[in-house]
Design a protein around this ligand. Structure first.
Ligand code: ZN
Ligand code: ZN
Ligand code: FE
Length: 754
């Protein structure tokens, strides 16, 4: 007999890990205890040495799929403590201090089988779940995670469920949302006027959908609007009613095979689609078309992730539009009454249920790169699992940006990042943002000791930080936008720099008061140097130029010394430009994309942010050719005028738009590589971090890392948070931590000198 001390680091709390260990210990007939620690769990076990070793080897192989084991340390000792049985030790404070909350988990295979098994007592029950799947984050009101503090509080367990809940051998052992048709929530269907219809709710909804109706469907984190996706007329009706002109719709497919009929699905994409996170994956369309769903080359696809979805699709519905139910940039609806009121006239029917959603949570959205998620939006299925940073952090609240708002909070070595929020300029969204900050602080028991925000004086997140900082007498640190992007990418890779940061996005407040966004920053968490940038573009009419892309096209052409009189509005723009009247300068890469999209006639009036860039990417065809450019000055400026001249010439001589768009992309790759070479020459730094919304361009994300790696650079890209502004708060937090640490160091030093 020997005693083993086993320390397991990683995400092993709040994921059914202790019940799992309990079962495994029984199987191996060991004795001892388990307890939570600040970085995971610790066990002491006694038994025969080979048994102990097999047990330890078995843990990672059989751990609950939600668990993320980072490291296992084992020590053996001959000194026995003679444990009696097995004990799950609980410290008094741990319940609140260290508990993690699991994200919502897509229906597991076991539950799916039971759902479709006529002999099972939960046959066709749309709320079936178990320890391995079901709602979590979205039904939790408060901690500890216990049925009484979830939406399930109003559904006392029946004797059958209660028996399962207490049976350690059962898959539903300690599954808080466990329920069945006898004791659990019910689903119902209402007509356009909100009258409940008698009969099989799911059957009624299926019938309505098949007939071409638009049905509101309550999911895990909010309402969707669903309709057939094979009929452009129906999709157009939905667009009209929802006032969503051109933004792509996501679809839900019955299974991967159905998705493959519309899109190309790689092995990696399949794995992410089918993973328990069930995000929307941006898949490449099999062939051009389906314009009524998405005007670009990708289609956002997800698989059914609740039992309700599975029953809704049945055996015969292959795919449905599943778009978030919200109106003009307000947050996704998540309450029954709200949906019935605000979707009146939009939905022809409502498939609702009486399990309340406590916290709204949009679907996650990602591409798949190297077999892993590359997030546009990290939300349902991932949040609120923490990002591990590998260094102890002060409790800090990082307030993010504005249009793609986010925040994150630190505790120990963990950073908790909020789900998708939206644009803070919308009052409801801002209220949601504030409410989520309160919710996260309470849920994870974090009292921030410092706040950090963007340097932009007009961001509502900046105002929030300053107001709260003044009220609670907390230090407020303002961080430059693109520096935060760089730091976010470093942190995302578990690094602290220094690195060469290519930070390309639409807009961010620069240290000189102008708008930046095509930056090469060399730096680390403590600071940066603006090594390179792009030649500023005058934005004729300021913000209007982000919608009316002709204004940017005109500016690019005129700056390049070309005739731009054919651009509609040329006379006015000429005057404004000549007088410098309301023409703020921007070095935003997004603006360059917008301008080129307009010059090529791809898009002149944007209906959503980034549309010009998205469509320019979609238009591009593969080519080897590229355009001339110049790099000069300090900061090293990308002079795009030669590029624009060559591009306009190609356009005028009738070269296909796709070829021109392809050459434009290649030009940026060449420019980026040359900039990085110059930066490496100067600093000997070999790491290149890619961040900013422009790196949601998959042509760049395939070509640029390849080009840089060929020259020996190590390329860092986002892995766990989005490259767009949603990922910014992580960078802000890490910069604030580094600065606070430095300050403490400095003041500590002077105190000693005194
Ligand atoms: Zn399950
Ligand atoms: Zn029951
Ligand atoms: Fe940005």
């Amino acid at each position: 007999m020997e005693r083993a001390t086993v320390k397991i680091h990683g995400i092993v709390q709040g994921v059914g890990f202790r019940p799992f260990i309990h079962k495994l210990v029984r199987e191996y007939r060991l004795s001892g205890y388990i307890k939570n620690t600040s970085s995971g769990v610790e066990l002491e076990l006694e038994g025969e040495r080979p048994e102990l070793e097999r047990f330890v080897a078995d843990v990672p192989l059989r751990a609950p799929k939600l668990a993320l084991i980072e490291r296992v340390e084992t020590e053996f000792s001959p000194e026995l403590r003679h444990f009696q049985g097995f004990e799950i030790q609980k410290s008094r404070t741990e319940e609140l201090r260290n508990t993690l909350v699991s994200p919502d988990v897509g229906l597991c295979e076991d539950c799916r089988r039971e759902l479709l098994d006529p002999a099972d007592r939960r046959y066709r029950y749309p709320f079936i779940n178990c320890t391995n799947c079901g709602p979590r984050f979205t039904i939790i009101k408060d901690l500890p995670y216990d049925r009484a503090l979830t939406s399930m509080s109003g559904f006392p367990m029946c004797p059958d469920c209660d028996r399962e809940y207490h049976d350690i051998e059962n898959r539903r052992y300690h599954a808080q949302p466990d329920c069945c048709p006898v004791c659990g929530p019910r689903v119902f269907y209402l007509d356009a006027e909100g009258r409940e219809l008698p009969g099989d709710a799911i059957g009624l909804a299926r019938e309505a959908l098949k007939q071409g109706k638009i049905v509101a469907v309550k999911g895990l984190g909010g309402m969707h609007l669903a309709c057939r996706c094979d009929d452009p007329t129906i999709a157009r009706t939905l667009r009209r009613r929802k006032q969503r002109d051109e933004k792509p719709f996501a679809i839900m497919c019955r299974n991967t095979a159905c998705a493959e009929k519309l899109c190309v699905v790689s092995e990696g994409e399949r794995a992410v689609l089918e993973s328990f996170h069930k995000p929307i994956v941006l898949l490449r369309k099999r062939e051009p078309g389906l314009e009524h769903l998405s005007e670009n080359g990708f289609l956002g696809v997800m698989l059914p992730y609740t039992p309700l979805h599975v029953l809704l699709f049945g055996e015969d519905i292959d795919a449905l539009v599943m778009t978030s139910a919200n109106l003009s940039d307000t947050p996704i609806m998540f309450k029954n009454a709200e949906a019935l009121e605000k979707l009146h006239g939009i939905a022809d029917g409502f498939l609702l249920h009486d399990r309340e959603i406590q916290t709204r949570c949009d679907d996650s959205l990602c591409w798949v790169l190297d077999g892993k998620e590359y997030f546009a939006r990290r939300s349902r299925g991932y949040v609120p699992f923490p990002l591990q940073t590998g260094r102890p952090l002060r409790p800090i609240l990082a307030c993010g940006a504005e249009q793609k708002a986010s925040f994150c909070l630190s505790r120990g070595e963990s950073v908790f990042a909020v789900q998708h929020i939206g644009d803070l300029k919308n009052a409801e969204t801002f209220a949601h943002y504030e409410a989520q900050i309160r919710h996260f602080e309470r849920l994870f028991d974090i009292r921030p000791a410092a706040l950090v925000c963007d340097k932009h004086p007009d961001y509502l997140s900046t105002a929030y930080a300053q107001e709260r900082g003044a009220r609670e007498k907390l230090p407020v640190i303002a961080v430059q936008h693109h520096h935060a992007h760089l730091a976010a990418c470093l942190a995302d890779n578990g690094l602290e720099g220094p690195a060469i940061g290519l930070v390309w996005d639409g807009t961010g407040y620069g240290d000189d008061g102008t708008t930046w966004g095509g930056e090469c920053l060399i730096g680390d968490l403590r600071g940066y140097e603006r090594f390179g940038s792009i030649r500023p573009i005058p934005l004729i009419g300021g913000d209007r130029a982000t919608k009316e892309l002709d204004r940017v096209a005109f500016a690019l052409l005129r700056e390049a010394g070309l005739d731009a009189s054919a651009v509609p509005g040329a006379a006015l723009y000429e005057k404004m430009l000549a007088a410098g009247l309301n023409c703020p300068l921007s070095s935003g890469m997004g603006r360059l994309f917008d301008g080129v999209a307009a010059i090529l006639g791809i898009k002149t009036l944007a209906s959503y942010e980034g549309q010009g860039a998205v469509l320019l990417e979609a238009a591009a065809t593969e080519t080897e050719a590229s355009y001339p450019f110049a790099l000069e000055g300090s900061p090293l400026r990308f002079d795009w005028r030669p590029t624009i001249r060559a591009l306009a010439e190609d356009r005028d001589r009738g070269l296909p738009t796709g070829e021109i768009a392809g050459r434009f992309h290649n030009t940026l790759v060449a420019m980026a590589a040359e900039t990085c070479r110059a930066a490496r020459e100067k600093t000997k730094i070999n790491d290149v971090a890619l961040s900013g919304g422009t790196f949601q361009n998959m042509i760049l994300m395939r070509a640029l890392p390849a080009a840089l790696e060929k020259e020996g650079f190590r390329v860092l890209r986002h892995r766990r948070v989005s490259p767009n502004d949603e990922g910014l708060s992580l960078g802000q937090l890490m910069i604030a931590e580094a600065l606070l640490e430095e300050r403490e160091h400095v003041s500590g030093g002077s105190a000693q000198a005194d």
